[in-house]
Design a protein around this ligand. Sequence first.
Ligand SMILES: Cc1cc2nc3c(=O)[nH]c(=O)nc-3n(C[C@H](O)[C@H](O)[C@H](O)COP(=O)(O)OP(=O)(O)OC[C@H]3O[C@@H](n4cnc5c(N)ncnc54)[C@H](O)[C@@H]3O)c2cc1C
Length: 424
Amino acid sequence: MSSSTTPKIAVIGSGPAGCYLAQSLLRAVPGCELTVFDRLASPFGLVRYGVAADHQHTKAITRQFDRLFQHEAVRFAGGIEVGRDVSLAQLRELFDAVVIATGLTADRELGIPGAELPGVIGAGAITRALNAHPDAAAPLPELGSDVVVIGGGNVALDVLRFLVKDRAAYEGSDVADEALDAYLAAPAERVTLVSRSAAPDSKGDPQMLKELAALPRAVYTSPDPVEGGAGSQLDRAAAGRVAAIREMIAPDRPRGDGPEVTLRFGLTPLRVLGEHRAEGVEFASGDEVVVVPASSVVTAIGFAAHPDHAFAALTAAGAETGRVEPGLYRTGWAKRGPRGAIPENRACAKAVSDEIVADLADGSLSASPSTLGFDGLAAEVRDRAIGYEQWLRLDEHERSLAASDRVRRKLPDHDRMIDIARGA
Ligand SMILES: Cc1cc2nc3c(=O)[nH]c(=O)nc-3n(C[C@H](O)[C@H](O)[C@H](O)COP(=O)(O)OP(=O)(O)OC[C@H]3O[C@@H](n4cnc5c(N)ncnc54)[C@H](O)[C@@H]3O)c2cc1C
């Protein structure tokens, strides 16, 4: 394919969705040129900054994405925020197609009275602090002795695991030790995890519950029925959940010295109690009202577009298609909303790549000889972009800083990340 007919495609976001999309396009559109932008100097989105630090086996997916960035047709352009450093309109002029893969960063709001009180904390603030996200320059929020976690999905279970683990359990991780130490200096004494759904229908993966069952420190109980209703047929996941929860609350399970964890199912949050700070949460349980005292309330009920995000209006609509219009597409959480683990983004990206291929085939999208791609960006932007080789330098630096029981020590300061990447 000559350069005049080479489609130049910009992908905004280097999380799993952006990486899978670039992989699919490389296969489906031979000769295309891809630029993957990210506002951060590091690639991989939530794999680096969401996936829990003690789940290194999940973070290992980045090795597959490394191979993507080694491809000569793919450029990483880190440290460039679309909407601030360059506009979406500019990218659309310079590239034949633009794909939004910016994920969703804001914690979904609880939307009940009292939710705005200090002490009500989005799970994202905790997972970002534990992952040394440069946006979370603030230290880990203080949690106190009685933590209520609202949510029953995998992020809620990540938070619960963090609350019940001790320092030794982070061996081989890349946890931000400052955040971990701040918590372990005054760990929770009691944790209540509250799911709106009944136990079999709660959202967490059975595997994640089994992992919690195997942790030696926590003591789990549940006053709510854990089985399905009489005669109910449980599918495989629900049966796995019930089995794992039963294992957690088994009376003969050895008693640890960690927090006492109460698992609650089928409770709907009504309001957060407290005058100047969260002091408890009121829930509806059938016709009854249940009050759970709290020194802090962690909400893990999903994510949403940040209202200030440049493409908030284009994302998270749960759209059927990736195509916004020929030449502009979206994939990953930005397309589907905050649902699905890393592998689901692969199928999503493949479907969006197919849409792009179809648009190229029917002529609604074409490679224009006048699009300049990355080379058309202002020199100032091109010079600032962190390339893949520069990221590797930062990657190496972070690994070299790791203590002997850690695999990496992430730099939490974005300017410093950029300096190291540039070899300063
Ligand atoms: C706390 C947490 C833990 C999770 N743990 C797991 C797990 O253990 N296993 C699992 O399979 N899944 C897990 N997931 C789900 C998984 O992370 C998502 O499915 C996946 O990351 C979504 O991919 P994405 O590319 O759409 O978004 P993201 O991963 O969020 O990537 C979006 C990228 O876009 C960049 N970006 C945003 N705005 C701009 C802009 N304006 N300009 C340039 N770049 C921009 C961001 O910096 C980011 O790199 C977890 C999710 C969370 C929130």
